[in-house]
Design a protein around this ligand. Sequence first.
Ligand SMILES: Cc1cc2nc3c(=O)[nH]c(=O)nc-3n(C[C@H](O)[C@H](O)[C@H](O)COP(=O)(O)OP(=O)(O)OC[C@H]3O[C@@H](n4cnc5c(N)ncnc54)[C@H](O)[C@@H]3O)c2cc1C
Length: 387
Amino acid sequence: MTERRQYDVVVVGAGPAGSTCARRCAELGLSTCMIEEHAAIGYPVQCAGLLSVRAFGACQVSKKAVLHEVSGARIITSRGSELAFDSGRTKAFVVDRGLLDREMAAAAADAGAEVRVKTAFVKRSGSVVVTRGIGGREEIPFRVLVAADGPRSPVAHDLGMARPPVFLAGIQAEVPKEMAGDLVEIYPDASPDFFGWIIPSGKGRARIGLAGREQVASRFSRFIKEHGGESCCHLVTGTIPLGVMPRTYGYGTLFVGDAAGFPKPTSGGGVYTGVRSAYHAAETAYEACNEGSTADDLLSRYEKRWRSELGRELELGFRLFGVRRNLTGEEVDRLVRVLNDPSLKSEILEYGDMDQPGVLLRRILKNPKIYPVLGILLRSGVRQIIK
Ligand SMILES: Cc1cc2nc3c(=O)[nH]c(=O)nc-3n(C[C@H](O)[C@H](O)[C@H](O)COP(=O)(O)OP(=O)(O)OC[C@H]3O[C@@H](n4cnc5c(N)ncnc54)[C@H](O)[C@@H]3O)c2cc1C
């Protein structure tokens, strides 16, 4: 069967980035169709569901998906050092990602976007997207294509686009576990090339997980055993792309969210940056439709937009990811002990920001209390960051 209606915009993927872009395009008056390969939006979940207050606000949803609120973090090393900071107010929400994604897709539909589930992107043929779904093979004509199809991005593969440079694997289990207080726990040694986490997700429940490049499965089973998470009711596995692809537009297509490699390289969190990239893509799609051009020089406005908002922090974060990988367990332990100084802790509390770690880093590097570990940081590559 051949579909004939031409849409201004076709969005592939109904995650947070795709739904935001589809909603915004529809609000701007563009005829918009969003396709999702799965029958149920939001599943399988591939996320720990920790969103800063700012990130949650950017999703523009009700609080239905919120399971818990956190006010700070504890960093715990295997050598026994600990750094805890509690702001005493909500810094982040722990959400049910399935519910969040469904609410965001419903908002896109309410704004006028057509949402089609169980409809998979197969390939692009000129200005037509070929899909496979319950109705069999279909063809959907479009003027602008938005790839919001997650880390694997079949659209990017189909178009032969260069991909993000780093892909981490992540595993997490939701387990019965009592946690004292409302702090997220970070375990650097659980995954020496990234970190492990324990996130309170409601009364008597926690999410225990880690991400990294190597030995992820074996490190995860060790980590979860150490923390008593034998009985798991929800296992999450997924890929986290780090480092934005060299070009986020081309062939009449804009790449948003994980498809483009937008997760923050310091935390792996990709909802905030993905949603923000989607807003910029919608503005650009609107201009492309109004001006009747999907040439590269028009679509390049998208890259200018997201770079001016997110570029600096993402680049800094990617360099920090390199620094982290160069640090040994002993050096991380020393760093944690030095950061436990009251004046550094008060800077962490005042300037710590999950979405903009550069602000805090620049403050801390100017504080003389950090000098005992400056040598370690410089050897690991911090020099390039503070230049
Ligand atoms: C273990 C783990 C923990 C994480 N924890 C956090 C966290 O705590 N906080 C945070 O902010 N981020 C976290 N992330 C990252 C976060 O999940 C992603 O950055 C976010 O989901 C990206 O949103 P997106 O809309 O770009 O892509 P996705 O959410 O991946 O959505 C892409 C959509 O495209 C669909 N799709 C794929 N191929 C096709 C196709 N061929 N046709 C049609 N549809 C298709 C998929 O089914 C999916 O629904 C975590 C990731 C992992 C793996």
